[in-house]
Design a protein around this ligand. Structure first.
Ligand SMILES: [Zn+2]
Length: 163
């Protein structure tokens, strides 16, 4: 059985800026008001016969949304971003270049993600893996977590992680 949490109605939302290096239209810094849909599948279990407790799933997803909210999302594994420092996590300012464009941003305004890109596809995988790992600690009957990262109304990327 599945439970579904609709991000726009359940307030699993965040607003963030990003860029897709080398992309003709998305290469410049721009923003999205994201919302995150979550589908959890598994056997019903426990005292209440839940697939998973809605409150638990929402709080895990909300925590990730909060970390990303009002930040510039930087994919540190990107082959197209050249960081000035070996360890951009430790600097007060994050300095990098994408092709011939130079960026200097305050670290506190950025969230560095261990990803190759901050596309909706990569963010969906990031959310799915993190939520799956957190949920499986307390839910042995979990079989999959599916995430849809919506970059706005009507366009999103799905990623499913299976047990
Ligand atoms: Zn974008």
């Amino acid at each position: 059985m599945k439970i579904v949490i609709n991000g726009i109605h359940a307030n699993l939302r965040f607003s963030a800026a990003h860029m897709i290096p080398k992309h003709e239209f998305c290469g410049g810094i721009h923003g999205h008001s994201y919302h995150v849909d979550v589908v959890v599948e598994g056997e019903r279990s426990g005292e209440f016969g839940f697939v998973a407790d809605f409150k638990t799933v929402k709080s895990i997803a909300k925590e990730i949304c909060s970390k990303l909210d009002h930040k510039v999302l930087i994919p540190v594994e990107s082959p197209d971003i050249n960081f000035n420092s070996d360890d951009p996590y430790k600097e007060h300012s994050i300095k990098f270049k994408i092709s011939d464009k130079g960026y200097v941003l305050p670290s506190e305004d950025c969230y560095l993600l261990p990803l190759k890109s901050t596309s909706a596809e990569e963010l969906a995988e990031f959310f799915a893996k993190n939520i799956f790992e957190s949920l499986k600690k307390t839910n042995e009957k979990l079989s999959s977590v599916q995430i849809c990262i919506n970059e706005g109304i009507g366009q999103g990327a799905y990623y499913t992680i299976n047990k």
